[in-house]
Design a protein around this ligand. Sequence first.
Ligand code: SF4
Length: 179
Amino acid sequence: MAVPDVSRLNWLTTRLDAALGWARKYSLFQYPFVTACCGMEYMATATSHYDMDRFGAGFPRFSPRQADVLFVVGTISHKIAPVLQRVYDQMAEPKWVVAFGVCTCTGGFYDNYATVMGIDTIIPVDIYIPGCPPRPENVLDGLMKLQDKIARGEYAAKDGGGAERPAEFQIPHTPDSHL
Ligand code: SF4
């Protein structure tokens, strides 16, 4: 009996992964988890002037079960952190997380007992967008970087961690120093 040529099967699954990645990167349903002033720039980015629809990301969902991308926008306190974790857990895989603004990246200037020192201490983060608040151009740059990641089939939850926090966001205190 002839041995099946599995190399042809590999070619097929590789092409299928590429097609899925392409489709996913242009059909992003985002869940905005908005807590503070960064929400203003988030809304500005969503306006027709910046046109997030051209990235296939213009349609927010307010149920985590229907969302692919969690946009965490604004300061996260320890009191709200369990809610954020619950929302994240309710999203189906594959799923991605964007830290929007320096408060979500590191805690920002809220170096105090009440603030989470970066959401990557509680959930995996795929993309960090700096700024206080970020300009819409920064947000679109982060969105395009996220699309590249999605096209490659990468997401932080799968990779067992998250993107490494960028060097400029490294902070001297430990993540749990305010717990
Ligand atoms: S990064 Fe700045 S604008 Fe955004 S939530 Fe924090 S303090 Fe507000």
